[in-house]
Design a protein. Structure first.
Length: 464
């Protein structure tokens, strides 16, 4: 979402418009936090055109998570396809409930020292469908804004699953989702997008989640891959290549489609701001960057390995979406082209990071989302329209601070979540025999594909 360094907030509103005695009472209630539920201040009007636009974009962003499941499932071995699909699909349910119960309140609720919201809006208390947001997109209701942001909260931890596919217990994964969303995603979202968040107050330009979604998921994935260890190979000759490239391409296409809403919806409406391109500019920039990154990755593949690959092309498109995410509302088409080409090439070489860390980041989440998010956040300062009162050098400095803070916070937070989860489940990893058989049957009792005829006869002969 596009949130500038606005100073509009519930307490400022009270001070400006309420009598002194009312202002004092209002400040007391605000400080009480969860003891006295604080309602977002009403806004006089809601633009229903903006609401329709944001709800449509929310639906597009929701579709990205099932698309992510298809993208990931096509890139693993056949015996794990359903388990990987389940990891993405279950996030749609679990994180929706977490977001409604407490996540949204922590991320966007009344600010506490620029670090976190509180529980004032627990269970969407006072998050009304009738009142427009204050401090956030002012033309849409609180509930529309909440559900749009929910889709970002869903896909971010689901992205991390790509680093631990084929070897993580499903119960441990569910626990990880809840803990990581609460302890890592929600505070970081407040820092960058929440009214009063310290990075937002500093002046970060992060239109749709270069830090909150992309860099965070990449760093989280790298930490989890290092913590859980490499995948087990049943033999030296076992084929670890993607089992279904058309499935991965379909998932990638859905991600490309959804990304247009992911980025352009973050304008909060269809109007054009004083600087940057707003929803239309973000839509155009996203398409340009994803196309440029897809082509640049394909060419890099061609030059490096002698053949252009379909997986390289669609991976490049994803890398371009990642890179343009923080910048899409601030760059013109030329800037989008540069960001996209840079994203494709940087992420192509960034996947080699897992070898440096000796981590089996199975589906290259760090290489694509981590490296792409870092590049895009910095590129926003390099090529984006500057906020009022900011120089380019100052904006780049702010972007760099945001990148370093995100990396440090997410690395430590993910390590803590991993240790807690590991302790609760006496190890997050499935037994070697289950990993060898595949998680589809051992964890879920189902398979993505019907057994071959000979295998079916064998099963019948054993009474299975």
């Amino acid at each position: 979402m596009s949130l500038q360094t606005s100073t509009i907030g519930g307490n400022t509103k009270l001070k400006r418009f309420v009598r002194p005695t009312g202002a004092a009472l209002g400040l007391l209630l605000a400080c009480a936090g969860p003891v006295f539920a604080q309602s977002p201040s009403p806004h006089p009007s809601i633009d229903h055109t903006d609401e329709v636009w944001l709800m449509t974009c929310a639906a597009l962003v929701f579709l990205m998570t099932p698309g992510l499941g298809l993208f990931y499932a096509g890139m693993v071995r056949a015996k794990n396809a359903m388990s990987v699909l389940m990891q993405s699909f279950v996030a749609c349910g679990v994180i929706t409930l977490q977001w409604v119960l407490w996540g949204y309140s922590l991320a966007f609720g009344p600010d506490h020292h620029g670090l976190i919201g509180d529980f004032s809006w627990i269970c969407l208390n006072h998050v009304s469908v009738k009142d427009a947001c204050v401090g956030y997109p002012s033309g849409v209701s609180n509930q529309v804004f909440m559900v749009y942001q929910m889709m970002f909260a869903i896909i971010t931890p689901a992205l991390i699953s790509g680093a631990v596919v084929e070897r993580m217990k499903f119960g441990a994964y569910l626990t990880f989702l809840l803990l990581w969303a609460t302890l890592v995603y929600d505070p970081l979202a407040h820092w960058v997008w929440g009214t009063g968040g310290w990075l937002r107050t500093m002046g970060i330009n992060d239109f749709a989640g270069g830090t909150v979604v992309e860099t965070a998921s990449g760093i989280g994935a790298l930490v989890m891959a290092m913590f859980i260890g490499q995948r087990y190979r049943s033999g030296a000759g076992e084929d670890m290549r993607p089992h279904n490239l058309p499935l991965a391409l379909l998932g990638g296409a859905i991600l490309w489609f959804g990304w247009l809403g992911f980025n352009s919806g973050s304008a909060g409406g269809l109007g054009t701001p004083d600087y940057g391109g707003g929803a239309v500019g973000a839509f155009v920039a996203t398409q340009i960057a994803m196309a440029a990154a897809a082509v640049s990755w394909m060419i890099a593949d061609w030059l490096s390995y002698g053949k252009p690959t379909a997986l390289g092309f669609i991976s490049g498109a994803v890398a371009g979406g990642v890179a343009i995410t923080p910048a899409c509302g601030f760059v013109d088409p030329k800037g989008a082209l540069i960001v996209g080409i840079g994203g494709g090439l940087i992420c192509f070489f960034g996947i080699k990071l897992k070898n440096m860390f000796k981590a089996d980041d199975s589906l290259d989440v760090m290489g694509v989302h981590g490296c792409g998010g870092i590049w895009g956040t910095i590129a926003t300062g390099l090529f984006g329209a500057m906020a009022v009162g900011m120089t380019r050098a100052h904006q780049i400095q702010i972007q760099l601070i945001a990148v370093v803070a995100t990396i440090a916070f997410v690395a430590v937070g993910t390590a803590v979540v991993a240790m807690i989860t590991n302790l609760l489940f006496h190890g997050m990893r499935v037994p070697i025999e289950d990993e060898n058989d595949g998680l589809d049957t051992t964890e879920h009792g189902e398979t993505a594909y019907a057994p071959a005829e000979g295998a079916l006869l064998t099963l019948q002969g054993t009474g299975s």
